[in-house]
Design a binder for this molecule. Sequence first.
Ligand SMILES: NC(=O)c1ccc[n+]([C@@H]2O[C@H](COP(=O)([O-])OP(=O)(O)OC[C@H]3O[C@@H](n4cnc5c(N)ncnc54)[C@H](OP(=O)(O)O)[C@@H]3O)[C@@H](O)[C@H]2O)c1
Length: 297
Amino acid sequence: MNKILLIGSTGQVGQELLTTLAPLGEIIAPTRQELDLTQPKAIAELIATLQPNIIVNAAAYTAVDKAEQESDLAMAINAEATKSMALSAHQISALLVHISTDYVFAGDACKPYLESDQTQPLGVYGHSKLLGEQAIAQNCDQYLIVRTAWVYGSRGQGNFVKTMLRLGAERAELKVVADQIGSPTWSYDLAEAIAKLVKLKTSNLPDQTIPSGIYHFTNSGIASWYDFAQAIFTEARQLGFPLKITKVNPITTKDYPTPAKRPHYSVLAKEKYSGFVVHPPYWRDSLRTMLTEFSGK
Ligand SMILES: NC(=O)c1ccc[n+]([C@@H]2O[C@H](COP(=O)([O-])OP(=O)(O)OC[C@H]3O[C@@H](n4cnc5c(N)ncnc54)[C@H](OP(=O)(O)O)[C@@H]3O)[C@@H](O)[C@H]2O)c1
């Protein structure tokens, strides 16, 4: 039976992984109090003690704007802690599964990013995540890095869907950025995709296993934040969420300055993933499912 160490199980994606990884083995899920990622020695000690054969890292420093001011902390958690996991995983021949981001790219492409495309992060968060990816590739053999983007879900702290539902209940009008394009991705679909990749990677049948490397996974289809907001309000209204909102106004990135620059184009090519597994669900279908669950209907 697999022994799975799940790091970051209290996060938006980590909470879904508790469900999707459960059929694959015994899960050990330390909290931040039990494993603080700013303490690399603690990571090495825990992995050496537990001897898991699979390590899934869903933890990260994810405050994109704050990272511009807290670069040491972002680097410690996203780069140095990830390197410790990679070294420890290698020592015990465990599989390391890690989540990364579209923010490793500059976002100036005009076609979906391939796993092999040139990286060029625009800010501290993206840079720290890229260093984490590189530390894994350089220090362990058995790994899966799953890059994703625009994640939302009913669990964990804030995300775009929860923010829109809150603002839409308070205000009649909202302004939302319309010149950034991506693929909204439900945290449950991502967690399920990760579990499917882990299952393939640990398959004992040589013709079914998959190579170590980077895999892109988001829901399929594309939208701007403005399209996404419109879809949230349309679906939420049909489900009876209390909404005051009557109008969403499209604005440009220039009208909504943030401390960290955002990629304009965040669409990830998913052919590598779908070649081994199945085509990811369409983003709008998953949004409807998530909101239906969230409404308790
Ligand atoms: N959200 C997105 O749109 C998005 C997009 C692309 C990629 N990603 C990537 O997807 C992964 C999961 O993101 P998420 O949205 O689920 O993040 P999240 O909700 O912010 O969760 C982050 C997790 O990391 C843990 N953590 C943070 N600092 C820690 C520390 N010093 N020691 C131990 N644990 C620590 C948190 O623990 P606490 O609960 O104790 O704080 C939490 O479990 C991350 O790798 C992220 O970079 C996310």
